[in-house]
Design a protein around this ligand. Structure first.
Ligand SMILES: Nc1ncnc2c1ncn2[C@@H]1O[C@H](COP(=O)(O)OP(=O)(O)OP(=O)(O)O)[C@@H](O)[C@H]1O
Length: 274
């Protein structure tokens, strides 16, 4: 009897603690050619999760499935306990290369776009939406640029504006696709400081990257993905030479000095220290 009442309570508690549950997800674009195979992992609310894998390994495809834009062929994807569907509680920050930067819009216009999923089809943004957009620009240090055209900004500044657009949406979950590729170290640091702050406030963030750089150490958990899950856990557990070689399928040499890590990629002799 006691067992019978405890189980539903436990299930309810677990359901509220988990922002994302992916179970046995197989999906893709063309029938018979799955991009993701049997992917399972769960993300606790308030965590900062890195999705690491080489180009073409299915990171953006996973995000499309979380956004409810790509239905599962097998398995299921739950967001806040419900099947994934387009939903204002999830904000997506796309890769910078996928955006038409020549479009003549101002920084404030782009940030206000974050309000549209909350407004519905026929409502225009009002004073409160504008104030929220200005607050979001302040959070990313771009308030003074609000009337500038987006085309006039540097890569790092554009990245901050897209973060502001996501903040203005007031989501519970942030999906960021390669947010720090091609931006300088101070901007990388700024992006992660902001994400860490949001996660401390109970928001959840997933960051896709193929870059095995310093940022990998800042995640609470890391999902190593190469069409299937290679490993999922805290960085200190999954950041091993064997698992990284299996994920990136090139010879990587990982050297540790205390909490410092040096990644040596043998293909191009590239060496980075974190
Ligand atoms: N719309 C689409 N239609 C058909 N195939 C697609 C589509 N989008 C992506 N793919 C294919 O799915 C595979 C995984 O792509 P995806 O963009 O998910 O990888 P990724 O890990 O995000 O890569 P990157 O690090 O280069 O962004 C690739 O082989 C890609 O060609």
């Amino acid at each position: 009897m006691q067992r019978g009442t405890a189980a539903p309570e436990r299930a309810a508690r677990e359901a509220t603690a988990l922002a994302i549950t992916v179970e046995g997800l197989t999906t893709g674009y063309r029938r018979g050619e799955p991009i993701l195979r049997g992917v399972s992992f769960a993300v606790e609310r308030g965590s900062l999760v890195g999705v690491l894998g080489p180009n073409g390994s299915g990171k953006s495809t996973l995000f499309r499935a979380l956004l409810g834009l790509l239905p599962p062929w097998q398995g299921r994807v739950l967001v806040e306990g419900k099947p994934a569907r387009p939903n204002p509680d999830i904000a997506y920050i796309p890769q910078r290369e996928t955006i038409d930067w020549d479009f003549p819009v101002t920084v404030l216009d782009v940030t206000l776009m974050g309000r549209y999923p909350r407004l519905g089809l026929f409502r225009r943004p009002g004073k409160a939406d504008r104030e929220l957009a200005l607050w979001a620009l302040e959070q990313v240090g771009m308030l003074e640029f609000r009337d500038r055209l987006i085309v006039e900004l540097s890569g790092g500044q554009r990245q901050r504006v897209f973060l502001a657009r996501a903040l203005a949406q007031e989501p519970e979950i942030f999906l960021l696709d390669e947010p720090v590729s091609g931006v300088d170290a101070p901007t990388q640091h700024f992006v992660f400081e902001l994400l860490e702050r949001l996660c401390r406030q109970g928001k959840t963030a997933l960051v896709a990257t193929h870059d095995l750089s310093c940022v990998a150490q800042r995640f609470d958990r890391v999902l190593l993905l190469n069409h299937e899950v290679i490993a999922y856990g805290p960085p200190q557990e999954v950041f091993t030479e064997t698992l990284l070689n299996r994920t990136f399928q090139s010879h990587l040499l990982l050297l540790r000095y205390g909490d410092r890590v040096i990644v040596v990629e043998s293909e191009d002799g590239d060496e980075r220290s974190c």
